[in-house]
Design a protein around this ligand. Structure first.
Ligand code: URA
Length: 210
């Protein structure tokens, strides 16, 4: 079974992503653009949230009106670059709960090493939106989803900014049940596990650490 990939080709997202890719884009602009794109992605990703009818009163009449139902969604950010996507998604899901997974790639083996994991309670009743800008080798995404599955979360969606074909393949080999949402699928990975053409190191560009 191969998993679902939702390619989000909205022109505003594509335009903003192009600005982010450019090497001369400042840290300030990079951060602002990631937040804007994440908000727009948040809108796409939440299209199928369940709703239920509630009885309300308008100034003129009572009515049954739809509201999002169920327990609060959890946005899980993979540290550190996933932090850059949180605020944008929170703009459309302001009362979402937030989880953090700390993981870094061992630069030699490219294997993810977990150093932090904190999620809300009652995960079995919650939908998870897992955010990390770069789906490169897919190793840390695979590990992050496996950890979230241990909490018996009701469902998981993976949202990124850029994906490599290799990463998508690896991800769906392990988690065919988890859909990927991305605005772009680039050509390939280089020998260091960076996406080509990509945008460089998302964490460094976001936090200005290089
Ligand atoms: N992580 C990044 O920040 N950039 C890449 O191209 C791959 C992984």
């Amino acid at each position: 079974m191969s998993g679902q990939v939702h390619l989000i080709e909205h022109p505003l997202i594509q335009h903003k992503l192009t600005l982010m890719r450019q090497r001369d884009t400042s840290t300030y602009s990079f951060r602002a653009l990631l937040e804007e794109i994440s908000m727009l992605m948040g809108y796409e990703v939440t299209r199928d949230l369940p709703t239920e009818l509630r009885e309300i009163e308008t100034p003129l009449a009572p009515m049954m009106a739809p509201m999002v139902s169920g327990k609060k969604v959890v946005i899980v950010a993979v540290l550190r670059a996933g932090m850059g996507m949180l605020e944008g998604i929170l703009k459309v899901l302001p009362s979402a709960r937030i989880g953090h997974i700390g993981m870094y790639r061992d630069p030699k083996t490219l294997i993810p090493v977990e150093y932090y994991f904190k999620l809300p309670q009652q995960m079995e009743d919650r939908q998870v939106i897992l955010v990390d800008p770069m789906l490169a080798t897919g190793n840390s995404a695979v590990a992050a989803v496996a950890r979230i599955k241990q909490t018996r979360a009701r469902s998981i969606k993976y949202v990124c900014l850029l994906a490599a074909p290799e990463g998508i393949r690896t991800f769906h080999e392990h988690h065919p049940d988890v859909p990927i949402y991305t605005p772009a699928i680039d050509q390939r990975l280089n020998d260091h596990g960076y996406i080509i053409p990509g945008l460089g190191d998302a964490g460094d560009r976001l936090f200005g650490t290089k």
